[in-house]
Ligand binder design. Sequence first.
Ligand code: ATP
Ligand code: MG
Length: 297
Amino acid sequence: MRKHVADSQQRLEIAADAPLGPTGRPAREHPEPAPLDGHGPARTIAMVNQKGGVGKTTSSINLGAALAAYGRRVLLVDFDPQGALSVGLGINPNALEKSVYNVLMSARIDPHEVIHETAVDNIHVMPANIDLSAAEIQLVGEVAREQVLARALARVADEYDVILVDCQPSLGLLTVNALTAAHGVIIPLETEFFALRGVALLVETIEKVQDRLNPSLAIDGILATMFDGRTLHSREVIASVVDAFGDTVFDTVISRTVKFPDATVAAEPIISFAPNHKGADAYRRLARELIARGGSP
Ligand SMILES: Nc1ncnc2c1ncn2[C@@H]1O[C@H](COP(=O)(O)OP(=O)(O)OP(=O)(O)O)[C@@H](O)[C@H]1O
Ligand SMILES: [Mg+2]
C-alpha cells in the first residue's frame, strides 16, 4: 500500500491520558467539523471488499447519512445488482424505469435523470437493480471500459461534496470501474477469524488500478465492523488487522448490533432511525475521523 491518507492522522492532538480504543491505540477525539462555505466538487470514495456481508452497504448508507448530517451533500451510488443500498433508502429497485445501469450503457442518458432524492436531507441516490448484472458482460467490448462510471460521475460531481460508491462483493469490471472513478477506498472488514482472507488480493487489485488507471487512488482506511468487545476473539482479530495495516485502520470501530438490520427493514439510516443509538454515534465518529484525515471535505 503506497498511498494512504492516514499519515495526517499522526498530527492530531492526542491527550496524554487518553484511554485506549478498541484498536489498542489511544482513542482520539475528532472535533465536530466546521460547516462548508460552498459545495463540490465531490471527493469520490469506493466502499470495497470482495467478501460478502462485511458491512459495505450498511457503512455506505450510515457514513453517508452522518456526513450529510454534518452538512455535506452526499450522493450514494448503488453499484450492486442486488440493490440493497437502494432498498435501504426506501427505493424499490424493481419499480425503476432507469438506474445506474442505463447511465453506464449510454452516454446519452443524463445521470441527473436517474438520481433520486431521499427522505434524508442532503442525501441523493443513484439506484441499481438486477439490470446491472448484465453490465459486467456488456462493457467488456467497450473502449475504455474501466472508465465508464468515472465519466458519468464527472457530470454530477460539482453538485456534491462526497460520492460514495457501494460495490458488489466481487473484484470484477464494475468494481474496477468504481476504483477508477474514486479518489479513495474504504475497506470494511468483519471482525471475525477470516477477516484478512482475501485482503491481499484486494490490495493487489487496488495497486494495479493505481499503476494503470488511477495513480492518485488512496486507501482512506480500513474499517472494522461487527465488533463484539466482550469476546477475546474480536479483540484478537482487531489486533491482527492493526498489526497488518497500522494507522490505515480507522480508530472508529463499528460494533455488532441488531439495530443495523432493524434500520434496514425500516429503509432508513440508523442515524435517523435511532439517532441516539451507539451505532449511530459510531458512524458519526467515523465521519468526523474521515474528515479529520482529509478523506472528505
Ligand atoms: N455492525 C453491524 N451489526 C450487526 N449487523 C450488521 C452490522 N453491519 C451490517 N449488519 C448486517 O449484516 C448484513 C450484511 O451487511 P451489509 O449488507 O452492509 O454487508 P455488505 O458487505 O454490503 O454485503 P454484500 O457483500 O452482500 O453487499 C446485513 O443484514 C446488515 O444489516
Ligand atoms: Mg452490499
